[in-house]
Design a protein around this ligand. Structure first.
Ligand code: PLP
Length: 375
């Protein structure tokens, strides 16, 4: 009996060590990790530069709170702003927290305004983020939720009709991750941009899963053809340590004033130092080019497998629909083959390998899936 609360159906394995795209369990068995802590370990497990940065900073200064400026945080904010929307950065400790910050900023910019969200989206489990996540099974047990969210179908006309003078923002994931790697159509993103421009609402991209190189560019909005007014990031930002951030364009940069928002640990020196080391790896153009090439290789190979009915994704954010029960395949059969992936639903396997994987890792992962599906 575990003393942990029962809010996760955990895989029947306990990992004790990680390096690159490999994990080892308590018995010393080696696994190929194509989940990367749900797109957190994009630099690979225990990347030596990330480990060194954490060690060095932990020996200097671990925490002083946000009542004081610290150099790693200030430099990281500048770096994130320059790499994306050019405005300001607000740090938090998770994806949900980054989205909470985004919701507060857009509401303050347009008081009382609604937030339009897209069916199938996922933005986190805290109350604001959960209220922005129009999924009955996740929301219903926790009602009443935060009011003012307007869910729409992923359809340009429906979205255009939902955005009015009363709308504070449209919040969406360019590729919906938790519900099975569904890329939103380019026309929908363009319709969202146009509707926001028409009404003065803010367009916010949740790039918690799609960002930081996962889809083959540092940020997904770069290939989407649409520039949002703000984006949220987390997961891989600090090389495996907890960190989230809201990055705004200029328009939303001056909305908050002292006292409006805060978070004790946010942007602390150790996570910020880790984030610099992680970004040094993830911003490399060669790495991003490899993410695209390896993603293509993975998708093509998966399409050839018997029992795979559909494959989709971008970069190394990939899903395969199966004729078989995907949760059982991931949690039992593939785990026995020592391949770590997860299922996002009854028929969908998701592949989110560390971005430092090689061709042989991709081929090996596909071979293990083939072994299971070929039975
Ligand atoms: N937004 C997206 C798109 C996510 O995929 C997730 C987590 O999977 C979140 C928000 C929530 O992030 P966190 O679990 O760090 O709160």
């Amino acid at each position: 009996m575990s003393a942990l609360m029962d809010n996760y159906a955990r895989f029947p394995v306990e990992f004790v060590r990680g390096e690159g795209a490999r994990l080892w369990d308590a018995d010393g068995a080696e696994y190929l990790d194509f989940l990367a802590g749900i797109s957190v370990c994009n630099t690979g497990h225990c990347h030596p530069d990330v480990v060194a940065a954490i060690r060095a900073q932990a020996g200097e200064l671990i925490h002083v709170s946000n009542l004081f400026m610290t150099a790693p945080m200030a430099a990281l904010a500048e770096r994130l702003s320059e790499s994306s929307l050019g405005g300001k950065v607000l740090f938090g400790n998770s994806g949900a927290e980054a989205n909470e910050a985004a919701l507060k900023v857009v509401r303050k910019a347009k008081p009382g305004g609604d937030v339009v969200v897209v069916h199938g989206g996922f933005h986190g489990r805290t109350y604001g983020a959960l209220s922005a996540t129009p999924q009955e099974s996740k929301q219903a047990p926790f009602a009443p939720l935060v009011p003012g969210f307007v869910p729409v179908a992923p359809d340009p006309e429906a979205l255009d009709a939902a955005v009015t003078e009363r709308t504070a923002a449209v919040l969406l994931e360019p590729i919906q991750g938790e519900t099975g790697v569904h890329e939103l159509p380019a026309e929908l993103l363009r319709a969202a941009r146009a509707a926001c421009d028409r009404t003065g609402a803010a367009l916010v991209f949740d790039e918690v899963q799609t960002g930081l190189g996962r889809t083959g560019t540092l940020w997904a909005y770069e290939w989407s053809g649409v520039v949002p007014d703000a984006l949220t990031t987390a997961k891989a930002l600090a090389g495996g340590l907890p960190m989230g951030a809201l990055i705004t364009g200029e328009r939303l940069s001056e909305v908050l004033v002292p006292g409006d928002h805060g978070s004790t640990f946010a942007g602390g020196p150790v996570v910020a130092a880790a984030a610099h080391a992680a970004l040094d790896v993830l911003e490399q153009p060669e790495l991003l080019a490899r993410v695209n090439a390896l993603g293509e290789r993975l998708r093509e190979a998966l399409r050839e497998l018997p029992g795979v009915t559909r494959v989709r994704g971008r970069g190394l954010m990939v899903a395969a629909d199966l004729a078989a029960q995907a949760p059982d395949v991931a949690r039992r059969a593939l785990l026995e083959q020592r391949l770590v992936v997860n299922a996002t639903g009854p028929e969908t396997l998701r592949f989110l390998p560390p971005l430092i994987v090689g061709e042989t890792d991709v081929d090996e992962a596909v071979a293990r899936v083939a072994t299971v599906l070929g039975r």
